[in-house]
Design a protein around this ligand. Sequence first.
Ligand code: GLN
Length: 245
Amino acid sequence: MKIGVLALQGAVAEHIQMLSALDTEAVPVRLPSQLDGLDALIIPGGESTTISKLLTDYSLIEPIRKLAEQGFPILGTCAGLILLAKKVPNLEMEPIGIMDIEVKRNAFGRQVDSFEADLEIPALHNGTFHGIFIRAPIVEKVEKGVEILCQLNDKPVAVRQGKLLACAFHPELTDDLRLHRYFLDIVTGDTSTTNLSRYSEGAPMQSGRPKNLTQHEVSGEESGDPSLSLRMTGKSLPGDADCKK
Ligand code: GLN
């Protein structure tokens, strides 16, 4: 199995590390030709306006849409979720637009725009999942065919539609492998509950905590592009430096 990680901006290396930890080949994707021969794609978190612009510049939107139409599995995390949604009222750029959901960017407001929460995600088994939310979106509406895997404050923060999986938080910034494991199970077509032992990797008891991450902090003023003011202490969102002025 070979999984591509969209490598235009954002938390690319962390997703590649998660896949390596699951003994799965992972390759960065920047060009349409690099989609050839992949079994699935991950669209990482970062800044959705930046990623969207780069997706357009690199002519990647149409090829990804075509693959999705053919049932190609895609996981989107945070900005990745935004880009998968068909409706994003507060995104000026064009999303890839392949999931029947409406998403609101930066949905948690400035006071709590970065926070952590233990989430109930029954599909992942073995207890709660530590969700790291960084200027996170929420799913405002889901259409028929979209399964809600997890809610926070009565709003969906993890959803699945066929082989498309999306979450508003950053599983790749923890050492809990279960969400990536679940995605790989979607890729192989085996999300049955018959072999739950595979979900014991990244067990939530000791792990599932943020990697070297102690505190998030937001600094600076909002300046048009909201991600410009995001900073985390301990560990920064990969690629975030790329879009800071
Ligand atoms: N707020 C960002 C956006 O709108 C997403 C942040 C993230 O991916 N952590 O794109």
